[in-house]
Structures are given as structure tokens and as C-alpha cells.
Design a protein around this ligand. Structure first.
Ligand SMILES: [Zn+2]
Length: 222
């Protein structure tokens, strides 16, 4: 079930008010059209009924893909992130025996991360391997654009069906390059022995820091 509430929005252009539906969670099986709107971001668009202005109203929500067994909580601040992690830990620990290991739980802090993870799981890839592969591109990027290095905050893979790009966000804008799936395969092979089955690994936040920690752990071991 997709859970929603109605919020009153005041148009920044004309000052008129109108109703806007905010979803606490979106279930891809029951509301595929909402899931599509989330993927193309139109879910966050409010059109003023008075002057027609488009207002972007972004908010956090729970994405639930029943078929794939994936739950991703998109949260917008640290306090909500902690709560979401606790919620998922609780679900992992209290799940009935037959449900254990059926779900992948993730907490993300940006819309771009959410979109990336939806794409990765839709295409039956492992987001942990993808984070490791992105580190290879980060290293290359640091060599090619040394002046931009301190400004790198996040990187994202996007695309579909084997054709992907990786983008790095910097203060001066975004730099993107082709992503080679061979790098994903290589990282999968190199780290396979360290990665537990994805549905039983207990990882809830899988991001650049997660990947760096794993690489440092591997280096310490060697
Ligand atoms: Zn208006």
C-alpha cells in the first residue's frame, strides 16, 4: 500500500495555495505509475492551479519493490537516517524465519542515490560491487582532474541495459564518463570472498565510505 497525506502548498510566484499529495511510501506492485513518477522525479512537481507555475517539492520516502524484495528509505537528514537504519535493523532481526534473507534494506541520503539504487536492483546488479567499481573511476578522475578532487562529494552510475555512465558531482558541475561493465565484473571477482550474500549481509548504508572501508580492510589483510 502506498501511504500518502495532503499538504497545502503556497505558490512562490503568485502566493495562491493548493493541495499537493505527499507519499510516505511507494509500493511498486500496487502503484507502478507512482514508481514511474518517482523515477522521473515528476512525483515532486507541484503545478500551481492559479498561475500554472511549476514548484519542485522534494521530500523523503520509502520505496518498496515487492517483486525484487527491496526497500530503500530516502531520508533528508541525519536524525531520519538513524531512525530508518534502526527500523530496518529491527525488521531484519524480528522477521519470521521464512522471511529472513528475503529483503535488501538500504538507507540513502540523496535522490540521486535513490535513483541509482533503484536502477541497480531493477537490473539485478549488486550495489556493493557497484560502489567498489566506482572507486576505480574516482581514482582515475582524481588523476585526470586533480584540481577538482576536494570538491567531489558523490558519484552516480546511470543508464540502462548494460550501457552505463558514471557521473561525478563537483562544485563546477558534473563530469561524466562511460562506465565499463568489465570493471564491475572485476570488482565482483576481487571482493567476492569478502561479500556475504546480499540479503543476509546486514549492510544498510552502502555508499562511497562503505566501499572505502572495505578496500582498506582488504589492504590491511594483505
Ligand atoms: Zn501560482
Amino acid at each position: 500500500m502506498s501511504v500518502s497525506k495532503v499538504k497545502t502548498i503556497t505558490c512562490p510566484k503568485c502566493g495562491g495555495t493548493g493541495d499537493f499529495t505527499v507519499y510516505n511510501s511507494i509500493n511498486t506492485k500496487e502503484d507502478p505509475e507512482l514508481a514511474d513518477k518517482l523515477k522521473d522525479m515528476t512525483l515532486f512537481e507541484y503545478k500551481c492551479p492559479h498561475c500554472g507555475a511549476l514548484v519542485f517539492v522534494e521530500y523523503g520516502l520509502l520505496y518498496h519493490n515487492v517483486e525484487k524484495g527491496v526497500m530503500i528509505y530516502y531520508v533528508r537528514n541525519d536524525a531520519d537516517a538513524e531512525k530508518a537504519v534502526e527500523l530496518f535493523r529491527g525488521k531484519e532481526n524480528t522477521a519470521a524465519e521464512e522471511l529472513k534473507g528475503r529483503y535488501i534494506y538500504r538507507v540513502v541520503r540523496s535522490y540521486r542515490q535513490l535513483k541509482e539504487k533503484i536502477m541497480i536492483f531493477d537490473e539485478n546488479m549488486d550495489d556493493r560491487v557497484m560502489e567498489l567499481a566506482k572507486l576505480l573511476y574516482l581514482t582515475k578522475f582524481q588523476v585526470e582532474y586533480p584540481a577538482l578532487v576536494p570538491e567531489i562529494k558523490e558519484s552516480y552510475v546511470y543508464g540502462s541495459e548494460g550501457e552505463y555512465q558514471v557521473a561525478f558531482r563537483t562544485k563546477e558541475g558534473e563530469v561524466s564518463t562511460d562506465f565499463n561493465m568489465q570493471d564491475y565484473e572485476d570488482m565482483d571477482g576481487r571482493f567476492e570472498y569478502l561479500l556475504k550474500p546480499i540479503r543476509r549481509s546486514g549492510d544498510i548504508i552502502v555508499d562511497q565510505n562503505w566501499a572505502m572501508d572495505l578496500v582498506h580492510y582488504k589492504e590491511g589483510e594483505e
